[in-house]
Design a protein around this ligand. Structure first.
Ligand SMILES: [Zn+2]
Length: 304
């Protein structure tokens, strides 16, 4: 009977609140913990999510462990006010709906380390990407069956994007890197000669060979190389905090690895190298390896 009355007592919101506080205060003296916030409030596939973790009063964030969507290791960077921030690509093949986001946070309080779990729910809208049917000569299309070469090329590009500068190098708004008409937008679902090809990782801007290509923002060149299978003459710029811009199919590359570039600086020229049907700039923005909508970045910017 005693047990039963305890059960009855426990069936109150106050009891659950106290219980939750007891769990949280295993290592702490107050009923509070770090909090996680995600912006924008209702993102769409292809958007950049901005994640911010706020420590509880008197605590210092030491390390974060987080995996979300297709990003196995979300990278957080320290801000002056003691909070930490990460950018995360919301993949284009997801639908609208509610997505829980969780991170493990290691904090220090009074010289002692403790681990907390922070979580929030993201409320996403869906986005419909158009479908495009591309036809090309089968000899050109067959280039895409070179699975090994494609894989090697991808590994090479990824290897240059491992250690982004740990602070923002960019400033202000992001430029569309070349004037011209956008012919194939980001996220477009593509069929080549009737076969599923995938969603478009970047935006294509049609321009004639030789048209200037500018750096979309300040950064550091981490790759400038001819990649024959897919990308052709390719430049990758690290903008810090795991944010990268990629420029493909260039006729000329005018910058070298290690070089700092300024927003609007001429870095190359439009061409038709690699896997293409004609001259254009293929422009990507990536958070780590996750491609996001470059025109949305140019439109909305990224605040640190
Ligand atoms: Zn493209």
């Amino acid at each position: 009977m005693k047990r039963r009355s305890l059960f009855n007592l426990s069936n109150t919101p106050v009891f659950y609140f106290l219980g939750a506080c007891l769990l949280v205060t295993q290592y702490k003296s107050f009923c509070q913990a770090a909090t996680l916030r995600v912006a924008p409030a209702s993102p769409q596939p292809g958007d950049v999510l901005t994640l911010t973790i706020y420590p509880a009063a008197g605590e210092k964030i030491k390390a974060i462990g987080m995996a979300a969507f297709d990003t196995p290791n979300v990278k957080f960077y320290s801000r002056r006010d003691g909070t930490v921030r990460a950018y995360l690509g919301f993949p284009f093949d997801r639908t609208g709906g509610n997505y829980p986001l969780r991170a493990r946070v290691q904090v220090a309080r009074n010289g002692q380390d403790a681990e907390q779990v922070v979580s929030t729910t993201m409320h996403a809208r869906s986005r419909d990407f158009p479908t495009q049917y591309v036809s090309m000569q089968s000899s050109t299309a067959s280039k895409m069956s070179q699975k090994d070469a494609l894989h090697q090329e991808k590994l090479l590009v990824q290897s240059t994007m491992k250690n982004s500068y740990p602070a923002p190098l960019w400033r202000g708004s992001w430029l569309v890197p070349t004037p011209g008409r956008s012919t194939s937008s980001y996220g477009r679902k593509r069929y080549v000669n009737g076969k599923w090809w995938g969603q478009h990782n970047g935006a294509d801007i049609k321009a004639s060979t030789g048209t200037p290509v500018m750096a979309t923002n300040n950064g550091r060149v981490v790759l400038s190389q001819y990649l024959p299978t897919l990308r052709g003459n390719c430049i990758v710029v690290d903008h810090g905090c795991n944010v990268f811009s990629i420029y493909m199919h260039l006729s000329q590359r005018l910058v070298q690895v290690g070089q700092s570039v300024a927003r609007g600086q001429l870095i190359g020229r439009v061409g038709a190298t690699g896997f293409v049907t004609g001259p254009h700039l293929h422009w990507e923005m990536r958070i780590g390896w996750e491609p996001v909508d470059p025109f949305k970045v140019a439109h909305s910017g990224l605040e640190f």
